[in-house]
Write a protein that binds this ligand. Structure first.
Ligand code: MN
Length: 329
């Protein structure tokens, strides 16, 4: 798109979907109690997050109860539950969300599609995977109006099979498709190309595209911004970027990049930036870790410097050595 065209396109809404309570909770050493999950969910709602992925109900009775309580303790965000591509998982999600108003609940169904996962984890052929996707998505759509289908390890799946898998999901009624970089190997350039391909596949059918990126190369936020530039409708983020291994794309980093560069991304978001620091502190406290002082956006040092020349500049005008004012976060 040319600069002139970009300037005339009205900003479109970007859906901020937080998965701190599901993928974030997969961080080693983290155990959120149900009370922690409810407190975090309420803080996410206050901050203006659109969607909360609350858990994995097939994980057991405790997980079902946590998802149920998160939905009951919030009033506005859509509450999503994660399911493998089997009917029992959808049944567990229904136990958790059956009492939640229909417009506030949904499920994310996933199946691993990469050659590594098909061969070594699932022991399934491509045809068997496609059949599982179609039947699980159709089953989920009998109960839930919103069903996202994601190809686990999508970034290491052959592009032709990726398209087949998403077409099978959309034909079965998926209302959104999720593209996870499960092991965090994408770069901004490859993220942009894959998301652009999926946008071309999904948008003509009225299906939304969701990006879910891991931080193994320290690129999760950059990749998420590339996905947004390529037309992604929904981004999956965690507070503080917590998650297994190197974590997920960070909510506060993505939100601040979009806030600082509205003309570049042309997307509107509902998140209140002044809530970000409190949100990061709450999640760190519940997760039992200390925020690194140099953590982007919300670390203790992000408005501080020990360089004399920079201190002199800051005293003369705060904007000389700050990207944004502290009161914004
Ligand atoms: Mn993940």
């Amino acid at each position: 798109m040319s600069k002139r065209m970009a300037a005339t396109v009205a900003p479109s809404p970007l859906i901020i979907s937080d998965t701190t309570l599901r993928d974030g909770a997969q961080m080693p050493g983290v155990h959120f109690s149900i009370d922690d999950k409810v407190a975090i969910a309420q803080a996410l709602e206050t901050a203006g997050v659109d969607v909360i992925e609350a858990g994995f109900p097939a994980g057991g009775a405790g997980e079902i109860e946590a998802v149920r309580q998160v939905a009951a303790a919030t009033t506005r965000p859509l509450v999503m539950a994660l399911c493998r591509a089997v009917s029992a998982d959808v049944d567990a999600a229904w136990q958790a969300l059956g009492d939640t108003p229909a417009e506030r609940r949904g499920v994310g169904v996933f199946l691993a599609t990469s050659p590594l996962h098909r061969r070594h984890k699932l022991g399934k052929t491509k045809a068997q995977c496609l059949a599982m996707i179609a039947s699980a998505v159709a089953y989920a759509r009998e109960r839930f109006a919103r069903v996202t289908f994601g190809c686990e390890d999508g970034s290491r799946t052959e592009p032709a099979f990726l398209r087949e898998a998403y077409v099978a999901a959309m034909d079965a009624g998926a209302t959104a498709i999720g593209f996870p970089d499960t092991v965090g190997v994408l770069t901004p350039e490859t993220a942009r190309r894959r998301i652009a391909m999926l946008v071309r596949l999904a948008h003509p059918r009225g299906v939304k595209v969701r990006a879910h990126f891991h931080n193994d190369l320290g690129l999760a936020t950059a990749n998420t911004l590339a996905a947004i530039a390529a037309g992604a409708d929904i981004v999956h983020l965690t507070v503080g970027g917590i998650g297994e291994r190197a974590g997920n794309a960070a909510l506060e980093e993505t939100v601040m990049a979009l806030t600082l560069h509205p003309g570049q991304y042309r997307r509107t978001i509902g998140v209140d930036t002044t809530r970000l620091t409190a949100l990061c502190r709450l999640v760190a406290e519940c997760a039992g870790y200390t925020l690194p002082p140099n953590k982007a956006v919300t670390g203790a040092n992000v408005f501080a410097t020990a360089a004399g020349v920079h201190q002199d500049g800051l005293l003369k005008h705060p904007d000389t050595y700050l990207p944004f004012r502290p009161e914004l976060v």
